[in-house]
Design a protein around this ligand. Structure first.
Ligand code: FAD
Length: 457
């Protein structure tokens, strides 16, 4: 009796219910990861996430080896590969964690049918990649998938499962072959300052953040230059950190910082719940439909300037350059750049979301698409017509201009507050800067936005 443990978005050994259940039921298991061709064909395996994933797999394999096992890596159609491994190991059951996109749900169903046809069983474990699984919270209002606050009030009260420790030993039988486990990092086209993937690094990062960052999370998280957020997002996306464990640990730690941090983890679950209920929200306007978006054809030059960080709005350009350099962007900067593209430039949010998904190491269908919809005013935002002003927001969240100067070297000699409005510098100073003029005036952008939304300019 040898179960297969299929790792997906849960690349860790601590707090891993499928692994724990398999080890409870047998003396040895086959830990398997399949590089699913369908994920690659959908363009989702972008260079940054591929490099990070390689780090995660290398670290998982190392962790398993310390425990007497190893990771089996295969490539191809996930269902076909799992069935092959099951046959090779003569396994009778497969354990995996639940996914929440339409793609994951269909894949899980195909796998279940294929295994059952072969007389094998599939066990799908909940609350592995989320703290509270989709559907566990259903606020009474009719709008229950659309508003965060009532969701959160109930989310807070859901009892979480216990944290499962990492197993001491994971014996793996011989005879099931796999590919070479990739070396850590080093994928072509990846961002130069990409963080490394892997559970061991993630756990060290948690310890450090608990010591030095968490208590100030509520007051400093919006400060662009302080960079005071956890940077756990890629670890949560790949499952090198467990959301259940993080919530338990943050609650034990206590205080306003920890509370605000837990609330953000609830946002993550909320978006998964929305996507599980309405999978089409990954691509279609969720609540409010808009059909006058500008596109590549009508706004190509503006879109290129936005992507390349040369819009002439310093905080926008800083953020877009951070994205390419690190494969990550500060949340406040994501809000500003998304508002700028979808509202000030009135460009289809899907174009921005696709660019983010290409570069973000934490690029995640639920979080990315639904946050974009939130900012574009098509999603769950209760103030869909709010437009964030990059100058006033820059002054507020980067008062000294340190964030801008870090990412836009053309402005490295400009102090605050001019650094957020370099076009207002005296003419000779302005002329000395090798930095573009704004591609659009903010009032013009606002007029276009209001006209497109059918409001009086
Ligand atoms: P922290 O502030 O330390 O938060 C802790 C964790 O809470 C994060 O790691 C994340 O898992 C979760 N979280 C925080 N804010 C949000 C939020 N608004 N929605 C959902 N979960 C949140 N996050 C992604 O993980 N992947 C994406 O592809 C993604 N795309 C985004 C696109 C836009 C336009 C916007 C506005 C936000 C997006 N976010 C996305 C949410 C958020 O910006 C990031 O999760 C956060 O910046 C990651 O940094 P951190 O880990 O330091 O976050």
């Amino acid at each position: 009796h040898v179960p297969v443990v299929l790792f997906t978005a849960d690349l860790r050994l601590h707090d891993h219910p499928p692994l724990r259940a398999a080890l409870d039921a047998a003396d040895a298991v086959v830990p398997l990861f399949v590089r699913d061709r369908a994920v690659e064909a959908a363009g989702f395996a972008a260079p940054n996430r591929r490099a990070f994933l390689d780090g995660c797999l290398a670290d998982l394999d190392a962790g398993l080896r310390e425990r007497g096992g190893r990771l089996v890596v295969r490539s191809g159609d996930l269902v076909g590969e799992v069935c092959r491994v099951v046959a090779e190991a003569d396994a009778d059951e497969v354990h995996m964690s639940a996914g929440h996109s339409r793609f994951a749900a269909r894949r899980e169903e195909r796998l279940r049918s294929a295994l059952e046809a072969a007389g094998r069983r599939l066990f799908v474990h909940d609350a592995v990649t989320v703290a509270v699984p989709p559907g566990a919270v259903t606020p009474a209002s009719s709008d229950h998938f659309a508003v965060f606050t009532p969701y959160y009030r109930q989310w807070e009260r859901v009892p979480l499962r216990q944290v499962a420790g990492a197993p001491r030993r994971v014996p793996v039988p011989g005879g099931v072959g796999g590919e070479e486990v990739p070396a850590r990092g080093g994928s072509t086209g990846a961002s130069p300052a990409l963080p490394p993937g892997g559970e061991s690094g993630a756990r060290t990062q948690v310890t450090a953040y608990w010591r030095r960052g968490l208590d100030a999370y509520d007051t400093a998280r919006d400060d662009l230059a302080a960079d005071a957020t956890s940077r756990f997002s890629a670890h949560l996306h790949f499952g090198t950190l467990s959301p259940v464990e993080l919530v338990h640990r943050a609650r034990r730690h206590g205080g306003a910082g920890a509370e605000a941090f837990v609330r953000q983890l609830a946002w993550r679950d909320f978006h998964r719940q929305v996507l599980a209920a309405r999978p089409e929200a990954a691509h279609a306007d969720y609540r409010t439909k808009h059909d006058r978006w500008r596109t590549e054809r009508t706004a190509g030059a503006d879109i290129d300037a936005w992507r390349e960080g040369r819009t002439g709005y310093p905080v926008i350009d800083a953020a877009m350059r951070q994205l390419r350099h690190e494969g990550w962007m500060h949340n406040r900067a994501r809000l500003l750049t998304a508002s700028f593209l979808a509202k000030t430039l009135y460009v289809d949010w899907r174009i921005g979301a696709a660019h983010f998904l290409h570069w973000l190491v934490d690029g995640d269908l639920a979080n990315n698409q639904l946050n974009w919809q939130w900012m574009a005013g098509t999603g769950t935002d209760t103030r869909p017509n709010r437009v964030l002003n990059p100058v006033t927001q820059g002054r507020k969240y980067d008062p000294d201009g340190a964030y801008v100067r870090r990412w836009v070297p053309e402005l490295s000699g400009v102090g605050a507050p001019s650094v957020h409005e370099p076009w207002k510098l005296p003419a000779p100073d302005r002329a000395a800067l090798d930095y573009p003029d704004p591609i659009v005036g903010l009032p013009d952008g606002l007029d276009r936005f209001r006209r497109a939304r059918g409001k009086q300019p």
